[in-house]
Design a protein around this ligand. Sequence first.
Ligand code: ZN
Ligand code: ZN
Length: 91
Amino acid sequence: MTSSQCIHDDACPVESSGVIVAWLCPDCDTQLGADFGKELQRRRDDAAFRAACTHTDVYDVTTHGDTRGRGVCTRCGQDMRETPAGGWEPT
Ligand SMILES: [Zn+2]
Ligand SMILES: [Zn+2]
């Protein structure tokens, strides 16, 4: 893995006197600012939100030339594709 492709999803907090002062990615050894914690939390919240979403409100974004229907869940933004049965499934 090269550092340019790492998204630091496994970054660990670096604490000083109980305060997170930085984050360190064990995969690529990059040190990240204290604000990275917010970014990481946001990503995990998004992932949890998507995992809990049943994608029942799909907005059809199929364009001419698509072999299968494409859509986007209006609640969580998950990309969806049409199933052979006419329903939607996450891509
Ligand atoms: Zn990294
Ligand atoms: Zn959804």
